[in-house]
Design a protein around this ligand. Structure first.
Ligand code: FES
Ligand code: FES
Length: 150
């Protein structure tokens, strides 16, 4: 059994240590907001936070997560029924099209704004490397700047 804490809740999971965190979150725990895109740490659809840092969970074996870190998924961002400012900016700017990439985008952006509260366009280009098949990049950029001003 492997112990982990996700969105403030403790879980014990019976999985092989090489199981990617993504599949533990989706299949074992049932938090399906985190998405599978490429499976090789390239697209960012599976981004979650481990102790606040963005991680591509498709490529993170559950057995490598030790020391009881706090894992946060898209389901854990809103607090007491209030959306995180990044989620609100996403709504205000109608960012998603199909939506598939967007939970990973939002998690990456939340982590960026924690490190750089007022990112420049160059910061965004360098740090937000998630891929969106629908090409929502311009609206993502606008929403990041709006959230940074919130
Ligand atoms: S599914 Fe993890 S980076 Fe693409
Ligand atoms: S909104 Fe469709 S893949 Fe990004």
């Amino acid at each position: 059994m492997i112990s982990l804490t996700v969105n403030g809740k403790a879980y014990e999971v019976d999985v092989e240590p090489d199981t990617p965190l993504l599949w533990v979150l989706r299949d074992t725990i049932g938090l399906t907001g985190t998405r599978y895109g490429c499976g090789i740490a390239q697209c960012g659809a599976c981004t979650v936070h481990i102790d606040g840092a963005p991680v591509r969970s498709c490529s993170m074996p559950i057995g490598s997560i030790t020391g009881g870190p706090e894992i946060t998924t898209i389901e854990g961002l809103a607090k007491n029924g209030t959306l995180h400012p990044v989620q609100q900016a996403w709504l205000d700017h109608d960012v998603p099209q199909c939506g598939y990439c967007q939970s990973g985008m939002i998690m990456a952006v939340v982590a960026l704004l924690k490190e750089k509260p007022k990112p420049t366009d160059a910061d965004i280009d360098a740090e937000i490397t998630n891929i969106c098949r629908c090409g929502t990049y311009q609206r993502i950029r606008a929403a990041i700047h709006a959230a940074a001003g919130a």
